[in-house]
Ligand binder design. Structure first.
Ligand code: FAD
Length: 380
């Protein structure tokens, strides 16, 4: 079976690795002419690292990943510790580690692995504009007029998926009421006590900071509640003074960290969601990752769910007699879990808007979702 994947983000690359492992022929078509370093961090909970280790990425990731002993949740003004999440023992508790990584280190490891196991499978500068289904095959039409055919197409083209819009649901992404800033700090410019993992919240705002790349960089994501947002994209530079003013009520340690981003540069973007989609497939085309189910970042589970999707979809395609039957089973297995995560992510975002106390953090304790095993757990 010939499988084409539209989108070479975390979800598309994971699908390629999972399908290649299951014995399928795969090609990933990525719109960008070159993969770029977005300059951001990512948290991977054990349910995500379990899949990545299964792909053989463990050694590569461990070279740069940081596993903090714990993450503290603190009052924005006083710095009082409200809750401490212990993460050091997650490997023993859940069978896979908790990792914090520079996104580029993750992306680079995935691309390197794919090049080893399926040389030439990743095609850059290939923007899929349209899909046409005929019988049991799908034609992919690319910008520039080129076309390819495949037996199955996986649309992993992200939250702004045009393939989702053309095939399934015309509703565009909706602004979720939050804006976010991100930056990286070279830890050599920070005093040792600030080189740590912490979430500081209050006043309708919060800042999540953590170490990545062997502890050489500290990543921060700062979020504030907003009524509206117009600009688009992940890479809009924002004035540093405006950002610092927004968080001027925060404790001194937090203000020190966020005032020192590399090259004085922070980026700002709006957080978007989409209405829940009940069915993620049509004919021989199936959605995966953010294209199927974008979620707000407050649970740190968006990429994790894309990785789980990839693993489950590959297992369904390997065991079911037809792609349609495989998609049905993928949907049954993934739908309830992803829906719960999507709802929890939205609830957590709203809890951070409340008073910085233990009540606002109810549900933040690590739970059974981290034990989820997409590699060997049951399919529905
Ligand atoms: C602020 C923030 C922090 C986050 N932190 C975490 C975290 O800590 N942990 C976690 O698990 N998740 C996190 N997430 C969520 C995570 O980043 C996403 O869920 C994940 O990247 C989704 O991967 P994807 O492959 O589905 O989509 P994307 O990463 O968006 O990839 C889509 C790819 O498709 C390509 N593409 C688009 N259109 C086309 C086309 N027509 N043809 C070909 N290619 C196309 C794009 O160029 C892109 O490379 C966070 C998200 C945000 C916004």
């Amino acid at each position: 079976m010939k499988i084409a994947i539209a989108g070479g983000g975390i979800g598309g690359l994971a699908a390629a690795l999972a399908l290649q492992q299951a014995g399928f022929s795969v090609t990933v078509y990525e719109r960008s002419a070159q993969l770029v370093d977005l300059g951001a961090g990512i948290t991977l909970a054990p349910n995500a690292t379990r899949v990545l280790f299964h792909f053989g990425l463990g050694d590569m990731l461990e070279q740069t990943a940081v596993t903090p002993p714990h993450t503290e949740y603190r009052h924005y003004r006083t710095g009082e510790v409200i809750f401490r999440m212990m993460t050091k023992d997650f490997r023993a508790l859940y069978g896979a580690p908790y990792m914090r990584l520079h996104r580029w280190d993750l992306q680079h490891a995935m691309i390197t692995r794919l090049a080893q196991v399926a040389p030439g499978a990743l095609k850059l500068g290939a923007s899929v504009e349209r899909l046409e289904s005929t019988g049991n095959s799908v034609t992919l039409r690319f910008a520039g007029g080129h076309r390819e055919t495949a037996d199955v197409v996986i649309a992993a083209d992200g939250i702004r998926s045009t393939l989702r819009e053309t095939l399934f649901n015309p509703a565009p992404p909706e602004f979720a009421g939050f804006v976010a800033w991100r930056g990286l700090v070279d830890t050599s410019v920070l005093p040792p006590h600030l080189r740590e993992s912490a979430v500081v919240f209050g006043q309708g705002r919060h800042i999540n900071r953590y170490l990545v790349r062997r502890g050489e960089l500290l990543n921060f994501i700062a979020v504030a509640h907003r009524g509206q947002w117009e600009a688009e994209g992940w890479t809009i530079p924002a004035p540093l003074d405006e950002f610092l003013q927004e968080f001027s009520g925060f404790d001194e340690g937090t203000r020190t960290v966020i005032s020192r981003p590399v090259l004085g540069q922070v980026y700002k973007w709006g957080l978007f969601g989409r209405p829940w989609l009940e069915q993620w497939w049509s004919g021989r085309v199936v959605l995966l990752g953010d294209a199927a189910h974008p979620m707000l970042p407050f649970l740190g589970q968006g990429a994790a769910n894309a990785l789980e999707d990839a693993m489950i979809l590959a297992r369904c395609l390997a065991t079911e007699p037809t792609p349609e039957r495989a998609f049905e089973r993928y949907q049954r297995t993934r739908g309830p879990r992803v829906r719960t995560a999507t709802e929890q992510a939205a609830q957590r975002g709203h809890r951070y808007l409340g008073e910085p106390n233990a009540d606002s953090l109810k549900g933040n304790e690590p739970g059974p979702e981290y034990a989820y095993d997409a590699v060997a757990g049951p399919l529905a």
